[in-house]
Design a protein. Structure first.
Length: 260
């Protein structure tokens, strides 16, 4: 099992979903990924629903904030990266050309967070842990497996994240596609590729969840009111599909070999 009790700086540590229909999203993901759900009070945010597999936290979801809904922002998954000092990292991101959408703030006793848009516009969060270090389980069915950047300037993105988080990147794409794996130290930490020209969505980070049976999961997505929008196709030592939940948030499913 991919159990975790902490995350090194620069490593993806958590994902959560801002959705227009929390009850619908809870029904969809619990049926698709086998999540156990627990609703927790979250002050002005209303309810923060923690998702677990075998008693270990894997992700969360919450109602989309009114300002996001009013601006027409679609439901989306947020990808969190662990850092030692969120104030310092947010300042460095800005120096490197990023926009700080939410300056560092406390999330109760859980940790410190800042929301960043990289120079091409992909949004992610920096996370300095206190009581909540992140996911207690990764790579197992129902848990996070991978985080992938779809960008409009791959070289600039590699430079930005390398300077900000000390990531190194290695070319791993087939001949017809430029794809880079990124590493935090020796930990394989995600991937980057240029967004296909026909893709109308803005640059974004895509969260992948593990499944033990890709075909069955694809059928289940459709049965539950979601949409398979791409795949199945090869992905590393396995296969992937990209899907949308019934509220419109994009995510991916991965079947194949995973790290312990």
């Amino acid at each position: 099992m991919g159990e975790r009790t902490s995350y090194e700086p620069g490593v993806f540590c958590w994902v959560d979903l801002a959705t227009t229909d929390p009850e619908g999203a809870k029904a969809f993901y619990s049926a698709l990924l086998g999540w156990e759900l627990e609703d927790l009070p979250a002050d002005e945010a209303g309810t923060y629903t923690m998702a677990s597999v075998n008693g270990l936290h894997v992700a969360a979801l919450y109602p989309q904030p009114p300002d996001q809904a009013d601006s027409g922002a679609p439901p989306s998954w947020m990808n969190y990266i662990s850092v030692e000092d969120v104030e310092e990292s947010a300042q460095r991101a800005q120096e490197l050309g990023a926009s700080v959408l939410a300056p560092p703030f406390d999330v109760a006793e859980s940790g410190h967070q800042a929301v960043i848009a990289d120079p091409q516009g992909a949004i992610f969060s920096l996370w300095q842990a206190k009581e909540h270090f992140g996911a207690g389980l990764v790579n197992d069915p129902g848990a996070l497996a991978f985080n992938q950047l779809l960008t409009t300037d791959l070289d600039a993105a590699r430079s930005f994240y390398g300077d900000l988080l000390d990531w190194r990147s290695e070319s791993a794409g087939p001949d017809d596609m430029e794809f880079w794996l990124v590493y935090a130290g020796e930990t394989m930490n995600g991937g980057m590729m240029n967004k296909p020209a026909e893709d109308p969505s803005p640059p974004n980070w895509l969260a992948y969840f593990t499944t033990g049976d890709l075909e069955a999961s694809m059928e289940r997505v459709s049965e539950l009111g979601g949409t398979v929008v791409g795949g199945p196709r090869p992905g590393g030592p396995g296969r992937i599909v990209v899907a949308q939940d019934p509220q419109g948030a994009f995510f991916a499913l991965y079947e194949g070999e995973v790290d312990p």
